[in-house]
Design a protein. Structure first.
Length: 104
């Protein structure tokens, strides 16, 4: 197993879990796993099975691809914003782009 991948996976899981403000122990229970299951993943000692990975994604209400967007720190909100942008005109999108540029 590629240690860099496992470290990124562990860090991403921890980031998403902390953003949701839930303990590793509680999350483990909600996923139907043992007390230390999430801690084992976050500490780099294991990786989830594919079925549990999909359950983790559903838990965070994100897609598997969003899980691996390591620079996307709030995938759920970003997805909501993207959905709302879809119906806007070019002029409206230009205004939003300008606003975002001013915020940076």
């Amino acid at each position: 197993m590629d240690k860099d991948f496992q470290k990124q996976f562990s860090l991403r899981l921890s980031e998403l879990r902390q953003h949701k403000r839930i303990s590793a122990r509680v999350m483990s229970h909600l996923l139907g796993q043992s007390d230390n299951y999430i801690n084992m993943i976050e500490n780099g000692h294991s990786l989830p099975s594919m079925s549990v990975f999909f359950t983790i994604c559903r838990f965070f209400e994100i897609t598997p691809s969003e899980f691996f967007e390591f620079d996307n720190h709030n995938p759920k909100k970003n997805s909501a914003i993207t959905e709302k942008l879809k119906g806007l005109s070019d002029a409206q999108l230009s205004v939003i782009i300008s606003m975002i540029d001013q915020m940076k």
